[in-house]
Design a protein around this ligand. Structure first.
Ligand code: AMP
Length: 173
C-alpha cells in the first residue's frame, strides 16, 4: 500500500490565508488507508488503556474506532454547550481569543488509564486542555495519539511530561 501521507490532502489557505489545512477525508474514503491508519494507531498505543478520549470532531472518528477495536470505553471531549449532563470545562488559547472543551463529570473513574486521540497536533493547546479535564476527573494520562503532527509548531512542548505518538509528521507547511 502507498504511504499513509499520500492519502492526506493539503488545502492551502483554509480556513484562512497562510494555513495549510490537512484534510483527512481523502484518507477516510479509502478503506485500506483508513484501516491501515487504525492498525498503526492501535500499535502505537502500546500497553493498557481503559479509556479513549476523542477530541471533537475528527478525534471521534479515530478514537471511537480504536475504542471498539480495543474493547475499551470511548469518551467524547466536546465543544461547549453540547453535552447534556453535568460537565467540566477547560479553556485554551487560540491565535485570536479562546475556545473551550467540555467533558461529562462522570465520564472517567479515578485511576483509569486514558489515551487522548485526535487527528492532528498543531500548537498543542487543544490536547493540553483535554489533559487538564482528564486529570481533574482523576484519570491517568497514558499517552496522546495523533494521526498527524505539525512538528514545526512545537506542540509537543505544551504536552511535555507525557508520551506523544503520531503517525505522520510534517516538518514544514
Ligand atoms: P492545536 O490546539 O493548535 O494543536 O490544534 C489542533 C486542533 O485543530 C485539532 O483538533 C485539529 O483537527 C485542528 N487543526 C489545527 N491545525 C490544523 C491544520 N493545519 N489542518 C487540519 N486541522 C488542523
Amino acid at each position: 500500500m502507498q504511504k499513509l501521507e499520500t492519502f492526506i490532502r493539503n488545502v492551502p489557505d483554509f480556513p484562512k490565508k497562510g494555513i495549510g489545512f490537512k484534510d483527512i477525508t481523502t484518507l477516510l474514503k479509502n478503506p485500506e488507508a483508513f484501516r491501515a491508519s487504525l492498525d498503526a494507531m492501535q500499535k502505537a498505543l502500546q500497553g493498557e488503556v481503559d479509556v479513549i478520549v476523542g477530541i471533537e470532531s475528527r478525534g471521534f472518528i479515530f478514537g471511537a474506532a480504536l475504542a471498539d477495536r480495543l474493547g475499551v470505553a470511548f469518551v467524547p471531549a466536546r465543544k461547549p454547550g453540547k453535552l447534556p449532563a453535568e460537565s467540566l470545562r477547560a479553556e485554551y488559547e487560540l491565535e485570536y481569543g479562546t475556545d473551550a472543551l467540555e467533558i461529562h463529570r462522570d465520564a472517567i473513574t479515578k485511576g483509569l488509564s486514558v489515551a487522548i486521540v485526535d487527528d492532528l497536533l498543531a500548537t498543542g493547546g487543544t490536547a493540553a486542555a483535554t489533559c487538564r479535564l482528564v486529570e481533574e476527573l482523576g484519570g491517568v494520562l497514558h499517552c496522546y495519539l495523533f494521526l498527524i503532527e505539525l512538528s514545526f509548531l512545537n506542540g509537543r512542548e505544551k504536552l511535555k511530561g507525557h508520551r506523544v505518538e503520531s503517525l505522520i509528521q510534517y516538518a514544514g507547511e
